[in-house]
Write a protein that binds this ligand. Structure first.
Ligand code: GDP
Ligand code: IMO
Ligand code: MG
Length: 422
């Protein structure tokens, strides 16, 4: 009976979706606390294979209340498509609610996302998912954003849009894009209100009751700490805080209420988008990690940049998030590597560094590696610690030691049951 935050310990795509899906079998509440439909959380279970974007990964348990939290940004058009995709397999999603405070991604946010990216100087593109995340959070921070509850009150919505649109239209015109039309937006929001109005609620009482009654609550993060707005590789970050701290503000509870923080840690490293990535491999090993690990984006289909495990990054991640445990995923992808490297430090201008530097330091970082022997046998059928070959045990224990938190889960395949619980 606990409140558990599940957060990405690296650059995203660590396997948060599969961990949340597994734990949600017993959870009363799952809350996505930040981000939007930029997520691609893959879940494979008895219903099929899904790439969830904004819907919490607990949706397959009809007894779990799933909340799109106050700290998120929501595009109701893509939510509609996502709900339809799970409805096809009989998942009605009646257990899904959106907090009144969540901000709305409107069509011009997506247009501006693309245009702003295209306007960047060479090498400075963030490589966003073009889902309108940055522009929507910018409006939120500028206090001109539209919240989910606004669409339930047409007069209020119109006034908010009347204040917002002149400045948005100046930006759109600057990029040669068509102006946003208030009547079209009012109509769209009216349709969203009819379709989703009964799901737009104040979620705080639900969470409060669950926490007070000591029920199992999962706080589902999107992306990973290395793309956190404050602590990640700014400016190549997302526009929210995927950290355990972000879970408190985004879901609506105090740090004192969180019992467990599980860092989801891929057994190697991947990153999608721009910015430094010190352990990136451009050789046959990198190619092999990508092809064996099927490292292509769940949202955009983009090939992921691949590299060895970076313990400088995960130990930093452990500090920022306060991991009480880690879930090591995709161990099976390393089954056929004779030698596996772990980055334990960087040299920057010839000086050894073991604390993660900021972005400009990471741009100059040259990884320092230690090597471990691969186990050269399949781990996919392992369901208990003792099923793992000793060299695989040694590898994961080293990852945990360097990261600074005990191992709670190890996954050895994408299916729900391909997991070892410690
Ligand atoms: P998330 O965004 O953190 O939820 O992660 P993604 O779903 O974007 O990426 C993880 C990918 O790895 C997905 O394709 C999962 O199906 C897959 N996956 C997760 N855990 C494992 C594992 O232990 N082994 C293998 N082979 N695949 C896994
Ligand atoms: P999940 O939840 C991997 C990356 C983008 C870009 C940067 C900012 O599946 O781990 P944004 O669209 O948020 O403005 O893009 O962050 N990015 C992700 N990378 N997994 C994700 O989500 C991502 N969401 C955004 O590539 O570099
Ligand atoms: Mg993903």
């Amino acid at each position: 009976m606990s409140v558990t935050a599940i957060v990405g310990a690296q650059w995203g795509d660590e396997g948060k979706g599969r961990v949340v899906d597994y734990l949600a079998q017993k959870a009363q509440v799952v809350i996505r606390f930040q981000g939007g439909d930029n997520a691609g959380h893959t879940v494979i279970n008895d219903k099929g294979k899904f790439a969830l974007h904004i819907i919490p990964s607990g949706i397959f348990n009809p007894d779990t209340t799933c909340i799109i939290g106050a700290g998120t940004v929501v595009n109701f058009d893509t939510l509609e498509i996502e709900l339809a995709s799970i409805a096809k397999v009989g998942v009605e999603g009646k257990n899904l609610f959106i907090d009144r405070r969540a901000h709305l991604i409107l069509p011009f946010h997506c247009q501006l996302d693309g245009a702003e990216e295209a306007s960047k100087k060479s090498g400075w593109a963030v490589g966003t998912t073009k889902r309108g995340i940055g522009p929507c959070y910018s409006d939120k921070a500028a206090r001109v954003g539209i919240r989910a509850s606004d669409i339930l009150d047409p007069d209020r919505l119109r006034t908010r849009l009347e204040m917002l649109l002149p400045q948005k239209n100046r930006q759109l015109a600057h990029y040669g894009l068509p102006e946003a039309n208030i009547e079209e937006l009012m109509e769209k929001c009216g349709k969203w209100a009819s379709r989703f109005g009964n799901r737009i609620i104040d979620t705080l009482p639900v969470l409060r009751e669950a926490v007070t009654a000591k029920k199992d609550v999962l706080l589902e993060g999107q992306l990973g700490i290395m793309r956190d707005l404050d602590w990640g590789i700014y400016p190549y970050t997302t526009s929210s805080n995927p950290s355990a701290g972000g879970a408190c503000s985004g879901a609506g509870l105090s740090p004192r209420h969180i019992d467990e923080v599980i860092g989801v840690v891929k057994a190697y490293s991947t990153s999608v988008g721009g910015g430094p990535f010190p352990t990136e491999l451009f050789d046959a090993d990198g190619e092999k990690l990508r092809s064996v690990g099927l490292e292509f984006g769940a949202t955009t289909g983009r090939p992921r940049r691949c590299g060895w495990f970076d313990a400088v990054a995960t130990s930093f991640s452990c500090w920022i998030n306060g991991f009480t445990g880690i879930a090591i995923t995709k161990l099976d992808i390393l089954d056929t590597f004779e030698t596996i490297k772990i980055c334990t430090g960087y040299t920057i201008d010839g000086v050894l560094v073991t604390d993660l530097p900021d972005t400009s330091g990471q741009e100059k970082a040259v990884p320092v590696y230690e090597e471990m022997e691969g186990w050269m046998t399949s781990t996919a059928e392992a369901r208990a610690w003792n099923d793992l070959p000793p060299k695989a045990q040694a590898y994961v224990l080293r990852l945990a030691e360097l990261t600074g938190a005990p191992i709670k889960f190890i996954s050895v395949g994408p299916e729900r049951d391909q997991i070892i619980i410690l």
